[in-house]
Design a protein around this ligand. Sequence first.
Ligand code: ATP
Length: 257
Amino acid sequence: MRLHIKNVSHSYDQVEALRDIDFGIEPGEVVALIGPSGCGKSTLLSIIGGLLKPTGGEVLMCDQAKPEGCLNPLTYVFQDFALLPWRTVAGNISLVLEDHALSKSERDDRIAEVLAQTNLSDFADAYPKQLSGGMKQRVGIARALAVRPAVLLMDEPLSALDAQTRILLLDEFSDMFARTGMTAVYVTHNLNEAVRLAHKVVALRRRPGTIKEIHDIDVPIKDRVEGMPELIAHEQALWALIRDEAIAADKELEHVA
Ligand SMILES: Nc1ncnc2c1ncn2[C@@H]1O[C@H](COP(=O)(O)OP(=O)(O)OP(=O)(O)O)[C@@H](O)[C@H]1O
């Protein structure tokens, strides 16, 4: 499915969060949204996902192409996992399937499939409190994949995890994108994640959030490895783009605190 973010603007009462954001998301493309705190990344993701209606512009689905068996074209992966503690891993995944007309065996097959894809098959009956943060986020990914989305919307999915787990999951995300050719929008503060995962990085400036630059990364995702000179160069270029505003945003937050 191709999306067109067409002249999207959004204001929260007096706060102009986004102004005239315009870009396309092609099928199979991973787009990272980066920029300083408060530049409107999460607002834009919510608008793309249909959780928030923009005060100007629109998000167009330019075609209806969806993966076979797609139950929900736009699906979220949350920073804080958003798992129900009283449900098992399989039960948490089942939750997103229960409102759909699937037989029990179809549901069980889908659950088994996404558990296998996320290396969780042995943990189907575990409860969230028994899992590490990295495992919980794998469940978040499995739950999102269970509906076979056309576009995966990921809001800082690694930011609640410790450094080692981030490295491991970043490798897994990279494998997943390379293997499945999935379309995704990935919000992050972390430029290393952006250059490992994205074909296209949309850098926003703040007050109001506008596009500063759309930066293409033409290294195939399957060939990207940590520390690769091309990726380091892209990361440095992105940092040069947002550095001054990131510092300004940080000072402001310190001041507020
Ligand atoms: N519900 C809301 N009501 C009022 N203002 C809001 C609301 N949500 C966000 N804002 C404001 O809109 C602007 C953009 O916020 P948003 O959370 O989208 O930015 P962000 O880039 O995702 O920030 P961060 O990187 O810190 O998560 C900020 O100035 C923020 O204070």
